[in-house]
Design a protein around this ligand. Sequence first.
Ligand SMILES: [Zn+2]
Length: 320
Amino acid sequence: MDYQALYRKYRPQRFDEVIGQDHVTNTLSHEVIEGTIAHAYLFAGPRGTGKTTTARLLAKALNCQDRGDNGEPCNVCFSCIGITDGASLDVIELDAASHNKVEDIREIRMNVSTVAATGGSRKVYILDEAHMLSRAAGNALLKTLEEPPEHVIFVLATTEPYKLLDTIRSRSQRFDFHPVGVETLVSHLGDISRREEFDAEQPALDLIASHAGGSVRDAMSLLEQVAALGAGVVRSKDVARALGLADREVYSRLIDSLKNRDAAAALGLVAQLAAQGADLRRFVADAIGLLRGIFLAQYAPNLEEVADESSDTLDQWRKH
Ligand SMILES: [Zn+2]
Protein backbone atom coordinates (compact mmCIF):
# COMPACT_ATOMS: atom_id res chain seq x y z
CA MET A 1 0.00 0.00 0.00
CA ASP A 2 1.14 3.53 -0.72
CA TYR A 3 2.45 5.52 2.19
CA GLN A 4 -0.22 7.77 3.69
CA ALA A 5 0.29 10.62 6.12
CA LEU A 6 -1.28 9.79 9.50
CA TYR A 7 -3.69 12.69 9.17
CA ARG A 8 -5.04 11.23 5.94
CA LYS A 9 -4.97 7.65 7.11
CA TYR A 10 -7.11 8.48 10.15
CA ARG A 11 -9.34 11.07 8.52
CA PRO A 12 -12.80 10.67 10.12
CA GLN A 13 -15.28 8.73 7.98
CA ARG A 14 -18.24 9.25 10.31
CA PHE A 15 -19.57 12.29 12.17
CA ASP A 16 -18.82 10.67 15.53
CA GLU A 17 -15.14 10.26 14.59
CA VAL A 18 -14.58 14.02 14.23
CA ILE A 19 -12.47 15.12 17.21
CA GLY A 20 -13.75 17.80 19.57
CA GLN A 21 -16.53 19.31 17.42
CA ASP A 22 -19.61 17.53 18.78
CA HIS A 23 -21.58 20.78 18.80
CA VAL A 24 -21.23 20.86 15.00
CA THR A 25 -21.52 17.19 14.07
CA ASN A 26 -24.53 16.53 16.34
CA THR A 27 -26.47 19.38 14.74
CA LEU A 28 -25.47 18.38 11.20
CA SER A 29 -26.37 14.71 11.59
CA HIS A 30 -29.69 15.83 13.07
CA GLU A 31 -30.34 18.05 10.04
CA VAL A 32 -29.52 15.11 7.75
CA ILE A 33 -32.04 12.91 9.58
CA GLU A 34 -34.72 15.60 9.61
CA GLY A 35 -34.07 16.67 6.02
CA THR A 36 -33.58 20.28 7.14
CA ILE A 37 -30.32 20.85 5.28
CA ALA A 38 -29.49 24.46 4.39
CA HIS A 39 -28.29 25.51 0.94
CA ALA A 40 -25.23 27.28 2.26
CA TYR A 41 -23.06 26.61 5.27
CA LEU A 42 -20.23 28.63 6.70
CA PHE A 43 -17.66 26.53 8.57
CA ALA A 44 -15.44 28.92 10.51
CA GLY A 45 -12.50 28.01 12.72
CA PRO A 46 -8.75 27.58 13.05
CA ARG A 47 -6.71 25.36 10.74
CA GLY A 48 -6.71 21.62 11.28
CA THR A 49 -9.97 21.47 13.25
CA GLY A 50 -11.96 19.41 10.72
CA LYS A 51 -13.84 21.91 8.54
CA THR A 52 -13.31 20.29 5.12
CA THR A 53 -13.46 16.81 6.65
CA THR A 54 -16.89 17.62 8.08
CA ALA A 55 -18.02 19.12 4.77
CA ARG A 56 -17.11 15.85 3.02
CA LEU A 57 -18.95 13.88 5.69
CA LEU A 58 -22.03 16.00 5.10
CA ALA A 59 -21.85 15.19 1.37
CA LYS A 60 -21.38 11.53 2.21
CA ALA A 61 -24.31 11.37 4.62
CA LEU A 62 -26.61 13.16 2.17
CA ASN A 63 -25.77 10.86 -0.73
CA CYS A 64 -25.39 7.57 1.15
CA GLN A 65 -27.61 4.80 -0.20
CA ASP A 66 -27.80 3.03 3.15
CA ARG A 67 -27.62 5.79 5.73
CA GLY A 68 -28.05 4.85 9.38
CA ASP A 69 -30.99 6.09 11.47
CA ASN A 70 -28.45 8.23 13.34
CA GLY A 71 -27.57 10.13 10.15
CA GLU A 72 -24.16 8.45 9.75
CA PRO A 73 -22.96 7.35 6.28
CA CYS A 74 -22.53 3.59 5.72
CA ASN A 75 -19.05 3.94 4.13
CA VAL A 76 -19.58 0.82 2.00
CA CYS A 77 -22.06 1.91 -0.68
CA PHE A 78 -20.98 3.10 -4.14
CA SER A 79 -21.51 6.76 -3.25
CA CYS A 80 -19.65 6.60 0.10
CA ILE A 81 -16.65 4.83 -1.42
CA GLY A 82 -16.52 7.34 -4.27
CA ILE A 83 -16.38 10.22 -1.78
CA THR A 84 -13.78 8.49 0.43
CA ASP A 85 -11.60 7.93 -2.65
CA GLY A 86 -12.07 11.51 -3.84
CA ALA A 87 -13.54 10.19 -7.09
CA SER A 88 -17.17 11.24 -6.60
CA LEU A 89 -18.74 13.76 -8.95
CA ASP A 90 -21.08 14.84 -6.15
CA VAL A 91 -18.33 16.58 -4.19
CA ILE A 92 -16.62 19.51 -5.85
CA GLU A 93 -13.74 20.94 -3.83
CA LEU A 94 -12.28 24.29 -4.75
CA ASP A 95 -9.52 26.25 -3.12
CA ALA A 96 -10.62 29.89 -3.12
CA ALA A 97 -6.98 30.97 -2.86
CA SER A 98 -6.42 29.80 -6.44
CA HIS A 99 -10.02 30.25 -7.73
CA ASN A 100 -10.64 33.72 -6.39
CA LYS A 101 -11.49 35.57 -9.59
CA VAL A 102 -14.94 36.48 -10.77
CA GLU A 103 -14.51 34.25 -13.87
CA ASP A 104 -13.91 31.27 -11.60
CA ILE A 105 -17.16 31.88 -9.73
CA ARG A 106 -19.04 32.41 -13.03
CA GLU A 107 -17.76 29.03 -14.11
CA ILE A 108 -19.06 27.50 -10.88
CA ARG A 109 -22.42 29.19 -11.46
CA MET A 110 -22.60 27.79 -14.99
CA ASN A 111 -21.69 24.42 -13.60
CA VAL A 112 -24.26 24.63 -10.81
CA SER A 113 -27.10 25.57 -13.14
CA THR A 114 -26.33 23.11 -15.93
CA VAL A 115 -25.40 19.99 -13.98
CA ALA A 116 -28.65 18.21 -13.34
CA ALA A 117 -29.05 16.05 -10.31
CA THR A 118 -28.26 12.49 -11.31
CA GLY A 119 -30.40 9.92 -9.59
CA GLY A 120 -31.48 12.39 -6.92
CA SER A 121 -27.94 13.02 -5.69
CA ARG A 122 -26.93 16.23 -3.93
CA LYS A 123 -23.96 18.17 -5.24
CA VAL A 124 -21.83 19.62 -2.49
CA TYR A 125 -19.48 22.45 -3.42
CA ILE A 126 -16.75 22.92 -0.83
CA LEU A 127 -15.06 26.29 -1.12
CA ASP A 128 -11.96 26.22 1.06
CA GLU A 129 -10.28 29.42 2.28
CA ALA A 130 -13.45 31.25 1.24
CA HIS A 131 -12.17 34.57 2.63
CA MET A 132 -9.67 34.67 -0.26
CA LEU A 133 -12.43 35.39 -2.80
CA SER A 134 -12.16 38.78 -4.44
CA ARG A 135 -15.04 41.18 -3.82
CA ALA A 136 -16.34 40.69 -7.37
CA ALA A 137 -16.12 36.92 -7.00
CA GLY A 138 -17.94 37.15 -3.66
CA ASN A 139 -20.76 39.12 -5.29
CA ALA A 140 -20.99 36.59 -8.11
CA LEU A 141 -21.19 33.79 -5.55
CA LEU A 142 -23.91 35.65 -3.70
CA LYS A 143 -26.13 35.51 -6.79
CA THR A 144 -25.88 31.73 -6.72
CA LEU A 145 -26.53 31.58 -2.98
CA GLU A 146 -29.65 33.69 -3.49
CA GLU A 147 -31.19 31.23 -5.92
CA PRO A 148 -29.52 27.88 -5.41
CA PRO A 149 -30.84 24.93 -7.41
CA GLU A 150 -32.61 22.39 -5.20
CA HIS A 151 -29.87 19.73 -5.39
CA VAL A 152 -26.90 22.03 -4.66
CA ILE A 153 -25.28 22.76 -1.29
CA PHE A 154 -22.41 25.14 -0.68
CA VAL A 155 -19.99 24.79 2.21
CA LEU A 156 -17.70 27.77 2.66
CA ALA A 157 -14.76 26.94 4.92
CA THR A 158 -12.67 29.74 6.36
CA THR A 159 -10.18 30.58 9.08
CA GLU A 160 -11.15 34.26 8.80
CA PRO A 161 -14.97 34.56 8.62
CA TYR A 162 -14.98 38.33 9.27
CA LYS A 163 -13.35 38.85 5.86
CA LEU A 164 -16.38 37.46 4.02
CA LEU A 165 -19.08 39.75 2.65
CA ASP A 166 -21.85 40.36 5.23
CA THR A 167 -24.39 39.36 2.62
CA ILE A 168 -22.70 35.97 2.18
CA ARG A 169 -22.49 35.43 5.92
CA SER A 170 -26.15 36.25 6.41
CA ARG A 171 -27.20 33.72 3.77
CA SER A 172 -25.26 30.86 5.34
CA GLN A 173 -25.87 28.71 8.36
CA ARG A 174 -22.76 29.23 10.43
CA PHE A 175 -20.87 26.66 12.48
CA ASP A 176 -17.85 27.60 14.56
CA PHE A 177 -15.17 24.93 14.86
CA HIS A 178 -13.21 25.26 18.10
CA PRO A 179 -9.52 24.67 18.77
CA VAL A 180 -9.35 21.12 20.14
CA GLY A 181 -8.55 20.94 23.87
CA VAL A 182 -5.24 19.51 25.08
CA GLU A 183 -6.78 16.56 26.98
CA THR A 184 -8.84 15.58 23.94
CA LEU A 185 -5.77 15.79 21.71
CA VAL A 186 -3.69 13.73 24.16
CA SER A 187 -6.26 10.96 24.21
CA HIS A 188 -6.52 11.01 20.40
CA LEU A 189 -2.72 10.84 20.04
CA GLY A 190 -2.66 7.93 22.51
CA ASP A 191 -5.28 6.12 20.47
CA ILE A 192 -3.37 6.62 17.20
CA SER A 193 -0.10 5.55 18.87
CA ARG A 194 -1.70 2.27 19.98
CA ARG A 195 -3.09 1.59 16.53
CA GLU A 196 0.25 2.39 14.90
CA GLU A 197 2.07 0.39 17.61
CA PHE A 198 4.26 3.34 18.56
CA ASP A 199 6.03 3.11 21.89
CA ALA A 200 4.98 6.55 23.16
CA GLU A 201 6.00 8.23 26.44
CA GLN A 202 3.01 9.97 28.04
CA PRO A 203 4.90 13.26 28.64
CA ALA A 204 5.85 13.26 24.94
CA LEU A 205 2.18 13.10 23.91
CA ASP A 206 1.37 15.87 26.43
CA LEU A 207 4.09 18.02 24.91
CA ILE A 208 2.88 17.44 21.35
CA ALA A 209 -0.72 18.25 22.32
CA SER A 210 0.17 21.44 24.16
CA HIS A 211 2.17 22.73 21.19
CA ALA A 212 -0.38 21.87 18.50
CA GLY A 213 -2.41 25.05 19.00
CA GLY A 214 -5.68 23.10 19.03
CA SER A 215 -5.07 21.63 15.56
CA VAL A 216 -5.58 17.89 15.11
CA ARG A 217 -3.64 18.02 11.86
CA ASP A 218 -0.61 19.73 13.43
CA ALA A 219 -0.65 17.33 16.39
CA MET A 220 -0.72 14.29 14.12
CA SER A 221 2.01 15.48 11.79
CA LEU A 222 4.22 16.23 14.78
CA LEU A 223 3.52 12.77 16.21
CA GLU A 224 4.43 11.27 12.86
CA GLN A 225 7.65 13.27 12.60
CA VAL A 226 8.77 12.34 16.12
CA ALA A 227 7.88 8.66 15.67
CA ALA A 228 9.98 8.61 12.49
CA LEU A 229 12.85 10.28 14.35
CA GLY A 230 12.75 7.61 17.08
CA ALA A 231 12.00 4.66 14.75
CA GLY A 232 8.61 4.06 16.36
CA VAL A 233 9.54 5.33 19.83
CA VAL A 234 8.00 8.69 20.76
CA ARG A 235 10.18 10.50 23.30
CA SER A 236 9.85 13.94 24.90
CA LYS A 237 13.39 14.86 23.98
CA ASP A 238 12.66 14.20 20.30
CA VAL A 239 9.48 16.31 20.50
CA ALA A 240 11.54 19.10 22.05
CA ARG A 241 14.12 18.69 19.31
CA ALA A 242 11.53 18.72 16.52
CA LEU A 243 9.98 21.89 17.95
CA GLY A 244 13.27 23.58 18.82
CA LEU A 245 12.23 23.65 22.49
CA ALA A 246 14.53 23.99 25.44
CA ASP A 247 14.66 21.11 27.96
CA ARG A 248 12.33 21.24 30.94
CA GLU A 249 15.34 21.49 33.20
CA VAL A 250 16.23 24.82 31.52
CA TYR A 251 12.91 26.30 32.68
CA SER A 252 13.54 25.17 36.26
CA ARG A 253 16.88 26.94 36.15
CA LEU A 254 15.23 30.05 34.71
CA ILE A 255 12.63 30.11 37.51
CA ASP A 256 15.37 29.60 40.12
CA SER A 257 17.40 32.50 38.75
CA LEU A 258 14.30 34.73 38.81
CA LYS A 259 13.53 33.71 42.41
CA ASN A 260 17.12 34.48 43.41
CA ARG A 261 17.16 37.74 41.41
CA ASP A 262 20.25 36.38 39.70
CA ALA A 263 20.36 38.23 36.36
CA ALA A 264 23.78 36.82 35.46
CA ALA A 265 22.48 33.24 35.72
CA ALA A 266 19.40 34.04 33.60
CA LEU A 267 21.45 35.76 30.90
CA GLY A 268 23.97 32.91 30.92
CA LEU A 269 21.10 30.51 30.35
CA VAL A 270 19.85 32.47 27.34
CA ALA A 271 23.37 32.64 25.88
CA GLN A 272 23.70 28.88 26.30
CA LEU A 273 20.36 28.27 24.53
CA ALA A 274 21.32 30.58 21.67
CA ALA A 275 24.60 28.73 21.27
CA GLN A 276 22.69 25.42 21.09
CA GLY A 277 20.51 26.80 18.31
CA ALA A 278 17.26 26.67 20.30
CA ASP A 279 14.29 28.67 19.01
CA LEU A 280 14.51 31.69 21.32
CA ARG A 281 11.14 33.12 20.33
CA ARG A 282 9.55 29.85 21.32
CA PHE A 283 11.59 29.82 24.54
CA VAL A 284 10.23 33.26 25.49
CA ALA A 285 6.65 32.22 24.67
CA ASP A 286 6.99 29.01 26.69
CA ALA A 287 8.67 30.82 29.61
CA ILE A 288 5.80 33.34 29.72
CA GLY A 289 3.33 30.45 29.57
CA LEU A 290 5.10 28.76 32.47
CA LEU A 291 5.18 31.95 34.59
CA ARG A 292 1.48 32.46 33.93
CA GLY A 293 0.89 28.84 34.94
CA ILE A 294 2.83 29.23 38.20
CA PHE A 295 0.82 32.37 38.93
CA LEU A 296 -2.45 30.52 38.25
CA ALA A 297 -1.36 27.56 40.38
CA GLN A 298 -0.87 29.92 43.35
CA TYR A 299 -4.02 32.00 42.99
CA ALA A 300 -6.63 29.91 41.17
CA PRO A 301 -8.12 27.22 43.44
CA ASN A 302 -9.96 25.72 40.44
CA LEU A 303 -6.81 25.25 38.32
CA GLU A 304 -8.24 22.30 36.34
CA GLU A 305 -11.15 24.46 35.19
CA VAL A 306 -9.24 27.55 34.11
CA ALA A 307 -6.26 25.89 32.43
CA ASP A 308 -6.52 23.66 29.37
CA GLU A 309 -3.39 21.62 30.07
CA SER A 310 -2.45 18.04 30.88
CA SER A 311 -2.35 16.99 34.56
CA ASP A 312 1.40 16.56 34.22
CA THR A 313 1.81 20.22 33.24
CA LEU A 314 -0.47 21.33 36.08
CA ASP A 315 1.72 19.39 38.54
CA GLN A 316 4.78 21.12 37.16
CA TRP A 317 3.15 24.52 37.76
CA ARG A 318 2.27 23.60 41.33
CA LYS A 319 5.79 22.41 42.02
CA HIS A 320 7.44 25.82 41.57
ZN1 LIG B 1 -23.12 4.85 2.04
